[in-house]
Write a protein that binds this ligand. Structure first.
Ligand code: 16G
Length: 264
């Protein structure tokens, strides 16, 4: 498939303009007409350059631009692939749901690779956020989260050890374990920021060092206002969309006044 797309002379058949833009539009049209499909590997940079009679700098510039747009993705050490763009995961920002629930409700298969499951003394920041008394311990749950077998996020959760004394009790879902302990959160505050991944995290997520990601902090609360979860996550920028429903402030007020209340 890809060999026919990238054959010698084919670049000159593409639009006019700078070579890297012409290579980009050739790749885009290959994707549009199905000659390039999600997860297809592109030829190595040097082969593309030789086949098309352009410099490696041009090839690199073209690929980098398409990676930044999410059209392609680069895996550290294994090359450049067509993104599974139709397969991006969606994380709702207006409901308090778990990763497992979100993935299952969109027909995807959630997976977990444990990086750390232990009890520990909290850092000063964690003790403050969780409102822990002196001497209290925390349970740490750090995991690589996978969707249909692909790594999409690294999540490092800290919960009071009083809620989950045995970290091994958490299996596929932290929220299921909290629910089993009668401590499912009812409210959370979440903060998102754009970051570039460092080498170690990029390797876990199978992307290039420096790839874009979304850093998310979630502080989740129990009905009595105490904090039950402090989680820091890094979600792959090329794989995840965060979706929030917005309404006019005046309408939202109206709905709230007319709608049911949370209190039973
Ligand atoms: C989501 C939450 C995370 C929570 C996890 C529980 C975000 C950014 N993060 O991934 O804070 O700990 O769900 O999922 O949404 P689980 O029950 O599948 O372990």
């Amino acid at each position: 498939m890809t060999a026919s797309l990238f054959k010698a002379g084919s670049l000159s058949e593409a639009d006019d303009g700078p070579l890297y833009l012409r290579l980009q539009s050739m790749i885009r049209s290959g994707i549009a007409d199905g000659r390039l499909r999600p997860n297809d590997a592109l030829p190595a940079e040097r082969d593309l350059a030789t086949n098309l009679g352009v410099s490696r700098v041009t090839v690199r510039k073209a690929l980098r631009g398409l990676v930044d747009e999410g059209v392609l993705r680069q895996r550290h050490g294994s090359g450049t692939f067509v993104s599974r763009s139709a397969d991006r995961i969606e994380q709702p920002l207006s409901r308090l749901t778990s990763f497992t629930e979100d993935m299952r409700s969109s027909g995807r298969v959630p997976g977990t690779r444990w990086l750390d499951r232990s009890t520990d003394r909290p850092s000063a920041e964690e003790a403050t956020i969780l409102g822990l008394p002196t001497g209290a311990r925390v349970t740490r749950l750090s995991r690589l989260r996978l969707v249909d077998g692909d790594p999409v996020a690294i999540e490092a959760a800290v919960v009071p050890a009083s809620a989950i004394p045995d970290p091994l009790r958490v299996d596929a879902s932290l929220y299921d374990a909290l629910a089993a302990a009668g401590m499912h959160p009812v409210r959370a505050v979440q903060r998102l920021a754009a970051i570039s991944l460092g080498a170690a995290e990029a390797a876990l997520l199978g992307v290039m060092p420096g790839a874009a990601a979304v850093a998310i902090e979630r502080i989740a609360y129990l009905p009595d206002g105490s904090v039950i979860e402090f989680t820091r996550s890094h979600y792959r920028g090329d794989a995840c969309d965060f979706v929030a429903e917005l309404s006019l402030a005046s309408q939202a007020d109206g709905f709230e006044a007319a709608g049911p209340t949370m209190e039973g």
